[in-house]
Write a protein that binds this ligand. Structure first.
Ligand SMILES: *Cc1c(COP(=O)(O)O)cnc(C)c1O
Length: 226
């Protein structure tokens, strides 16, 4: 199947309120352009170097989302052009983004990553930690970042009941935080959850943004250098 056919198949399953992030990591510019030519404009990458390389050489109306783990010292490389940073998992990182964004007079949209999976290795705030951080009202001192919502990844498992349960938990947390901390913020509207294997489930549980890679671009070959 071609990127074109795959993309159209995914798009045809999405309700209109759900944003599709086409996750193009490890895939060449040519594949991105195949999706671009079908009208796709939102692309996700998980490595700073790859993201900046692609952004420099591809059309400027692409909205680039950073979906991977981001180190504070690399924030400066993506702040000039990035559209949304999904994986903000510490107050330190949030502060670093604000600082770099202030230097160039931008306001950067971010999502706070929540640890919902059972696996140890995934990054993110625990729900309690997040409520704690937000109680300190960090937004007041960080005018150059705008918290648009939450992002989470389910456990890598065939147990769909568990995956559904984790997504439902994240949606509950989203609703709770919205009431407690973002009641007057029309922009707190984004819940990024769902990947190739589970995005339909995620949408059923309230996702507004799905990050789909292999279902569009095919399998990733990590052995290849870019
Ligand atoms: C790679 C990646 C995806 C896409 O995964 P697929 O299973 O290929 O759809 C989504 N989210 C994050 C954070 C990723 O790193």
């Amino acid at each position: 199947m071609s990127v074109e056919a795959n993309l159209n198949a995914v798009v045809s399953t999405l309700p209109p309120h759900v944003v599709l992030v086409a996750v193009s990591k490890t895939h060449p510019n040519q594949s991105i352009m195949e999706a671009y030519d079908q009208g796709q404009r939102v692309f996700g990458e998980n490595k700073v170097q790859e993201l900046t390389n692609k952004a420099e050489s591809l059309p400027s109306d692409i909205k680039w989302h950073m979906i991977g783990h981001l180190q504070s010292n690399k924030v400066k490389y993506i702040v000039p052009f990035v559209d949304l940073i999904h994986g903000v998992d510490s107050l330190k990182l949030l502060t670093a983004i604000d600082k770099e964004a202030a230097k160039i007079n931008r306001c950067i949209d971010v999502l706070l990553q929540v640890h919902i999976a059972q696996e140890e290795s995934k990054f993110g705030f625990s729900p309690d930690e997040l409520a704690d951080v937000l109680s300190g009202n960090p937004m007041a001192g960080l005018p150059n970042v705008r918290i648009r919502g939450l992002m989470g990844m389910a456990t890598f498992t065939d147990d769909l009941r568990q995956v559904r349960c984790e997504f439902a938990g994240l949606k509950q947390l989203f609703d709770k935080l919205k009431i407690s901390f973002f009641a007057d913020c029309h922009y707190f509207d984004t819940l990024s959850m769902g990947m190739s294997d589970d995005y339909l489930l995620a949408i059923e549980e309230g996702s507004t943004m799905v990050r789909v890679g292999s279902s569009i671009f095919g399998h990733r070959d990590y052995g290849q250098t870019l």
